[in-house]
Design a protein around this ligand. Structure first.
Ligand SMILES: NC(=O)CC[C@H](N)C(=O)O
Length: 450
């Protein structure tokens, strides 16, 4: 036993709770899918550190079906960009079933890339390269999300190819509206193959975790897509991923998700987890019945709903005082009076936009009457993202413009080159290794001014 087995136990409890559910039937319109074991049931979770947890049939391979759609959309966005992809496929929830004729009346443009119509167009947009046909490129790309090479279930592919006339009809209909830029037969064949790619629930949770982790596979460390593309894909999954069940899903589960008619279901908790369920019996929207139940319960149990009181990051400002309050300040004398006019603000942790706002507010409030000098101590700060960095430099420059001398305690150089502040003020921002030196410098400058 290990401590982390508690996570596996939590998954195991959900598994036991839903394993007995007998509702729903495996998809039958693709004959080969009707042969799936209705009792198969697996759950998997992958953390942002790449830790994998699973229970039940989480290592049983099954075909991705529609779960391939967000990942092929990610490839299209990576190759062509959102504006170009958006010319061919919209991003509006259709409120209709996955196989509906969800096309914009005037243009024939599919409503979104999660319904079949939009997914077929998305697949058609993927160009082959001199080295790789379009499908090989898609297959390899899916494998980078999973962290291993994936393959095709040829029987499921053949079964869908033999019966998939509705998807062919959709492709012809789209082309008749003048939209589909490629051969509809080839586009649908590639789409059928992508739907027949095989993966396990653990693979799928890794794929979802890669989207949740800003496009970096947390198991392999590979950057598969940019953070911007990962966010775009998650946005479309959130609004359209569960078809005509998308609104209800966002309400109850609150996570970007995608279902597939083989019984797979993924959900992504941005910056938290990738989740996957596998259980073939489906409800009326083509969603795994047990998977739905388990992920609703899991989201509630682990508090994953995105709109639910987003966790306030830990306290940022750990000290906001004047220098004469510091234990190192010698009592009495003119030194002490100078030190009363030096504000000290210490920050900690990872600084983003929210945290930078707290720091800037504390700098303003520091010192008597919001005047005098300020020392910003960044020794306990672990990271400063680009947005926070620009805000800190802008804020420090404004202090200088107000005639308030600022000094930073930043031995690790987290504030980067101090140039941005200097450029705005013409003054060098002094940087010190210790708080005491910074306070002394500020007090010295105040004494000079007196
Ligand atoms: N919802 C799904 O998983 C549908 C995928 C399936 N290959 C189809 O096109 O019908």
């Amino acid at each position: 036993m290990s401590a982390a087995d508690a996570v596996t136990d939590a998954l195991g409890q959900l598994h036991s709770r839903f394993a007995g559910v007998r509702e729903g039937l495996p998809a039958a319109y693709i004959p080969q899918l009707a042969r799936a074991d209705p009792d198969a049931f697996g759950l998997a979770l992958v953390s942002m550190d790449g830790h994998r947890y699973s229970t039940g049939d989480a290592d049983v391979p099954f075909t991705l079906q529609s779960i391939s759609k967000p990942f092929v959309y990610a490839l299209a966005l990576s190759v062509l960009g959102l504006d170009e992809v958006g010319r061919w496929v919209n991003a509006e929830p259709s409120g209709e079933a996955f196989n509906a004729i969800s096309l914009e009346p005037a243009t024939g443009r599919p409503d979104n890339a999660m319904v079949n119509a939009g997914a077929i167009v998305t697949t058609a947009l993927i160009p082959g390269t001199p080295d790789e046909a379009a499908f090989e490129r898609i297959l390899r790309f899916l494998g980078r999300f999973a962290g291993r090479e994936l393959d095709v279930d040829e029987e499921v592919y053949a079964s869908e190819a033999a019966t998939g006339d509705r998807n062919r009809a959709l492709a012809y209909l789209i082309r008749s509206a003048g939209l589909l830029p490629f051969d509809p037969v080839a586009a649908v064949e590639t789409y059928f193959r992508q739907c027949a790619v095989r993966a396990t629930a653990v693979d799928l949770a890794t794929m979802a975790a890669t989207l949740a982790h800003g496009g970096v596979n947390p198991v392999t460390g590979e950057t598969v897509v940019t953070a911007a593309v990962a966010a775009q894909v998650l946005a479309v999954m959130a609004t359209c991923g569960m078809y005509n069940g998308s609104g209800d899903w966002l309400l109850r589960v609150g996570l970007p998700a995608k279902s597939g008619v083989s019984g797979g279901l993924i959900a992504a908790g941005p910056a938290r987890f990738g989740l996957a369920a596998y259980s073939p019996p489906l409800d009326a929207t083509g969603t795994s019945v047990r998977g739905y139940g388990a992920l609703v319960a899991l989201s509630q149990r682990f508090g994953l709903h995105l709109m639910n009181n987003p966790a306030l990051s830990g306290s940022t400002v750990t000290l906001a005082t004047t220098a004469d309050d510091l234990p190192t300040a010698p009592a009495g004398g003119p030194e002490r009076a100078l030190r009363e006019r030096v504000g000290v603000v210490a920050a900690q942790g990872a600084l983003d936009f929210t945290a930078a706002e707290r720091v800037l507010f504390a700098l303003d409030e520091s010192g008597p009457d919001r005047t005098g000098s300020v020392v910003l101590d960044l020794r306990e700060v672990t990271t400063i993202d680009s947005v926070a960095l620009a805000m800190l430099h802008a804020g420090l420059a404004r202090l200088a413009q107000d005639g308030r001398r600022a000094a930073v305690v930043d031995p690790a150089g987290r504030l980067g080159p101090l140039g941005p502040t200097r450029e705005r003020t013409g003054q060098e921002l002094p940087r010190f290794a210790s708080r005491e030196e910074a306070v002394e410098e500020c007090a010295r400058v105040l004494a000079e001014g007196d």
